[in-house]
Design a protein around this ligand. Structure first.
Ligand code: FES
Ligand SMILES: [Fe+2]
Length: 393
């Protein structure tokens, strides 16, 4: 458990500070109250008010290509899996057997015809129905139809799969993101991007420190000299998107019409300046995407205590870009991409961990935001809204 001076502040005081930070105009706003990223009590609230109520991105739809393909995931420690059903829809379930709740699927991903529990071999179909329960005929009145997997709401949006731990999620996913889709990211056709890699990492910082870092590009020219800074975008070109309670984004055009970060000549989805536009967006609470005309990079970040995070991240590439890579060169091409993104992650890791370490002091300067850090204030307002309602409920 965290023992630094910011970790023991009273929860009511933390919420008061968060509400005050969110109520300020952006021009006068201060960075997020530090205890929000250090307090175990706030983490407990966040688990209930955010991670158990929201839509959480668990991966990409194309990772479940065929019926029976599955991936496992945890939302704030709660294990679940998503599997492609025979009718083509993704189905999500709590990853626990209907007998004595043993974990059913342990691999990160795979393919199954049926789901058989490793404990006593109860077997389910991909709709969660119990097909077989060995020797249970010895129990009077046992009816298989009374026992099925616990289903979870699942939704897809622009090629991403989201699951909620709540039977009544906090919002309608597609409706809440419609302005972002229709006005900004829909033109890229993210659903057609093919996932080429997916990995996980664990860093020593609060999950929100990674959100903070990802949703501002002020640090890019300083921090990413080996990677993104080579795109050489002037800070003055960055534009922050509208204030929304459901997402935030900023964007800037790449300087070049060709090369990494620009649309492939065969890309007929994007026109004009959009052919070289980078968009960084966050679907609140925790789904981060850097969207380029020629690739996307996404992260789904989770708390692992108040002082650590776990993130699943991946890269997906549009078909016209992949078509240029001969099959025999695909593995080396993906390895090079992985190396590039890992270098960018390493550049960020030191900064994200520094954000967490630096904000642990009881005496801190008040702080402020650069104009292109508006997304951070937007996120703080989301968090205050999500956690404030819970606290007052
Ligand atoms: S716990 Fe799964 S069959 Fe017994
Ligand atoms: Fe970064």
């Amino acid at each position: 458990m965290s023992r630094n001076p910011q970790s023991n502040i009273d929860l009511a005081r933390i919420l008061e500070d968060l509400q005050a930070a969110a109520a300020a105009d952006f021009e006068h706003a201060r960075p997020i109250p530090p205890a929000v990223n250090h307090s175990p009590a706030f983490l407990d609230l966040e688990r209930q008010a955010v991670f158990e109520r929201e839509w959480i991105c668990v991966g990409r739809d194309d990772e479940l290509a065929a019926p029976g393909d599955y991936l496992t995931f945890e939302i704030a420690g709660a294990p679940l899996f998503v599997v492609r059903h025979d009718d083509g829809s993704p189905r999500a379930f709590v990853n626990a057997c209907a007998h004595r709740r043993a974990c059913l699927l342990s691999a990160a991903k795979g393919s199954v015809k049926r789901i058989t529990c490793p404990y006593h071999a109860w077997t389910y179909d991909t709709a969660g129905e119990l097909l077989r329960a060995p020797y249970m005929e010895m129990k009077d009145g046992f009816d298989r139809s009374d026992h099925r997997l616990r289903g979870l709401p699942v939704a897809t949006w622009e090629g991403f799969v989201y699951v909620s731990l709540s039977e009544q999620p906090r919002k309608d996913l597609a409706a809440s993101l419609e302005p972002l889709r229709a006005g900004v990211v829909g033109r890229y056709g993210m659903a057609c991007y093919r996932t080429v890699m997916q990995e996980t990492f664990r860093w020593d910082a609060n999950w929100k420190n990674l959100i903070e870092n990802f949703i501002e590009s002020y640090h890019v020219p300083i921090a990413h000299r080996k990677t993104f800074a080579q795109h050489d975008k002037p800070l003055a070109d960055y534009v922050c998107g509208e204030d929304s309670p459901h997402y935030c984004y900023h964007r800037a055009p790449q300087p070049a019409e060709r090369g990494r970060g620009a649309a492939h000549p065969d890309n007929d989805r994007l026109v004009g300046e959009w052919r070289r536009m980078m968009i960084d967006f966050c679907v609140f609470p925790n789904h981060l995407v850097t969207l380029m005309p020629d690739y996307l990079w996404y992260i789904s970040v989770q708390p692992d205590g108040s002082d650590a995070m776990r993130a699943t991240w991946g890269v997906a590439v549009p078909p016209e870009v992949l078509a240029d890579v001969p099959d025999e060169q695909r593995a080396a091409w993906v390895a090079e991409f992985r190396q590039y993104m890992n270098t960018a992650n390493e550049e960020d890791k030191a900064l994200v961990e520094a954000l967490h370490r630096g904000s642990a002091s009881p005496l801190l300067p008040p702080g402020t935001y650069h104009p292109i850090e508006r997304n951070l204030w937007q996120f703080n307002r989301y968090l205050a809204d999500a956690c404030g309602k819970k606290a007052g409920a």
